[in-house]
Design a protein around this ligand. Structure first.
Ligand SMILES: *Cc1c(COP(=O)(O)O)cnc(C)c1O
Length: 392
């Protein structure tokens, strides 16, 4: 069909007769009325063509689920209240006591925290692997391994893994040991735009809609996607038991953000590459981490598998700068605000001691600043970086 950008605008939706408006309606309900007792008794809340209770889906949530599935190239989607809820839903649906989950050492921090605090308490073994070395993953798989997380690019340090090679390791171990291994990708960075995750052979994708699909920095939401109907069924069972419903007004905000997402992704991408390149040429800077910069870890895999890059880059400063000086640099920035999240209109930054985030041995930079580039003018952002660098 047409380009993804077009499909995000022209999406199948039939408005009511005589009301040919483009935006879908915002339906709100906890209760959904059944016509009679027989209909109430035969309710099937997992079926997407009938409604049973607001928590399990409304016409409005179904429209967003369809659109996010279109975006990612998946068959099924379930919405949850945050990107982190999408991660925890996968863990709760797939894992049981005695299983092992493998997580890349550079994964999104709260994914590791959920595994450490909750999954371990429920009897799940938690193992970290080096995502830049498929042999390291191969060496850590055991007969107990059940769920393997992938993330591209990695959190904070933005290494881009060789996803096909990691998936080959999983498939060959799985078929040799007749073991069902589930590959789940945190696809918030690629967002369905930088690469096509299901064409690479993953089983599950999770997406923090808080970031690009919303684009407004004003809503939290997540999605869990799959092409496998049985997996979707399992995810829906867990979803209903834990009660991860989403609010109609939040869904409306994400629906509003989606048509401009392709344009925003491209604008963030271009501005980020320009600023990352400029930072790399500054004398205070040791290196810039951005998957589309030659020499950055995973650049070759990014170039082979991706057509775009998200709005993040990280800067490692020359080693003679103390962490306090780097904090001072962040405090001196005016347009780049201090805060978490990304892909909203406002540029953000935060300093990190990477050695505190990683479980496997380093070397890891002790002082690094991660930037999220917003939608301000690039020359204003460059000037802001220049004035803060001058104070270093
Ligand atoms: C932000 C983020 C999440 C979590 O999303 P929230 O909606 O903030 O819970 C998960 N994974 C990645 C890679 C993220 O950047």
């Amino acid at each position: 069909m047409t380009d993804l950008t077009t499909r995000l605008v022209h999406h199948a939706y039939q408005p009511p007769e005589g009301f040919q408006a483009v935006p879908p309606p915002v339906h709100k309900a906890s209760t959904v009325i059944f016509p009679n007792v027989a209909a109430l008794r035969s309710r099937q809340w997992k079926r997407r063509d009938t409604y049973t209770y607001g928590l399990h889906g409304t016409p409005t949530t179904l429209i967003l689920e369809e659109r996010i599935a279109t975006l990612e190239g998946a068959q099924h989607c379930v919405l949850v209240p945050s990107g982190l809820a999408a991660i925890s839903l996968v863990g709760m649906a797939v894992l049981t006591s005695g299983d092992e989950v493998l997580i890349p050492d550079n994964a999104y921090g709260p994914n590791k925290a959920f595994a450490e605090a909750q999954l371990k308490a429920w009897g799940v073994h938690v193992v970290y692997y080096d995502p830049m070395n498929p042999q390291d993953l191969a060496a850590r798989l055991t007969p107990r391994s059940r769920l393997v997380w992938l993330e591209a690019a990695g959190s904070i340090t933005l290494e881009f893994p060789d996803l096909p090679a990691l998936l080959r390791v999983l498939r060959s171990y799985g078929s040799a040991h007749r073991q069902g291994l589930v590959a789940a990708l945190d696809n918030t960075w690629g967002a369905g735009i930088a690469f096509r995750p299901f064409e690479l052979g993953i089983d599950i994708s999770v997406h923090a809609l808080t970031k690009y699909p919303s684009g407004g920095a004003d809503v939290l939401m997540g999605a869990v996607l799959t092409c496998d109907p049985q997996m979707h069924d399992r995810l829906m069972d867990t979803h209903a038991r834990v009660g991860f419903g989403v609010g109609a007004n939040d869904v409306e905000l994400v629906l509003r953000g989606l048509p401009s997402m392709g344009l925003r992704y491209a604008a963030h991408d271009a501005a980020t590459r320009e600023l990352a390149l400029w930072m790399q040429s500054q004398p205070q800077v040791e290196r810039v981490l951005h998957p589309a910069l030659p020499g950055s870890p995973g650049f070759e895999a990014w170039r082979r598998d991706c057509t775009a890059a998200a709005c993040l880059f990280s800067v490692v400063f020359k080693p003679h700068f103390s962490p306090d000086q780097i904090d001072g640099f962040c405090d001196a920035l005016r347009l780049f605000k201090l805060g978490y999240s990304w892909a909203g209109p406002i540029s953000l930054c935060a300093p990190y001691d990477v050695s505190k985030l990683r479980t496997l041995d380093g070397p890891h930079p002790r002082a690094l600043v991660r930037f999220s580039v917003g939608l301000e003018s690039v020359s204003d952002l460059r000037q802001d970086l220049a004035q803060a660098l001058a104070r270093l």
